[in-house]
Design a protein around this ligand. Sequence first.
Ligand SMILES: [Zn+2]
Length: 348
Amino acid sequence: MKKASWFIATVLILVLALAACVPRGGSETVPETGKADAVDPGRTYSYDQMIEDAHELARLYPGLIDVSSVGRSVEGRDLTLLRLGKGPGKVLLLGAHHAREYISSAFLMETADEYAAACVSGAKLYGYDIRRLLDDVTVYIVPMVNPDGVNLVQYGPDAAKDPAKVRSMRMLQQGFEAWKANINGVDLNRQYPCHWAEKQSATGVPSSEMYKGNAPATEPEVKAVIALCEAQRFTLAASFHTKGEVIYWADSGTNNAIPAGSGIAQALSEATGYRLMPVSEDPAVYGAGFENWFRQEFTQPAFCIELTPAGNGAKPHDDADFARLVWDKAGALLAALLHQADTAGHVA
Ligand SMILES: [Zn+2]
């Protein structure tokens, strides 16, 4: 009897000791620091969760992360901005232009969490000294450019301010969980003032996707991103989408003017295993996208990065599978990007 209690006590102690080593949120991949636990990306990542996590990160990392807003969506949600780092260089990361691609918001929030933890602890991430990189560069992150659309995808049309208006729009895919546009039925990545007139249009009315609007930059979300870029003059930008694990890195309109783009794209591809796409040749195809506008406007590199493997049709992936779908490959992305920005002389 005494022997049995001793055995039980030993097992209990072992279990408790093990539990203490496992980061909160279990499914998170935190191999190198083990400290980042403010964000749990393995869930259906909502606007409210993003806001809560953003403020938690600012509280955990004072002087390293701050939170503000660059504007408001059609329905009045904040277009939240996190700034990570202390450096004079400025890099911009954008998530969820497209509603159903909200896993890109979870990715950017997890990135802020992991990289801030590495910066504070002094640990290297993927072989890079994150503290040194974030002393050189400040990362501006707008994790959810289209919060109303994300809200529609996750909670359905009755969660919109005007459900009847949303239901009256043209559906190019089945079901609201496949919605890409903003709540006005305008596709925000077909809205930027760059070859907008030439941009092909599969639909001429407000729709679940593909509608470019009746003029460029009519939507408040796009206006806010443009204003942020004009105010901050970023030296590099990346916009995150799904699916395909590929990187769009150049278009024929600006490729020759931005010679640094190909080397940075190559480094991002090596860090992630994502495939580089050919230079986009036709403005009717590439026009009006954020990255295309950014290159044209500032003559600086900008990337459209498609996270996650292809599959699951037009529906979002299984959020619980975040580590395999996103982080295992894209976790290294910001380290590679900061290193490039730093060493390629892209830091002002
Ligand atoms: Zn997209």
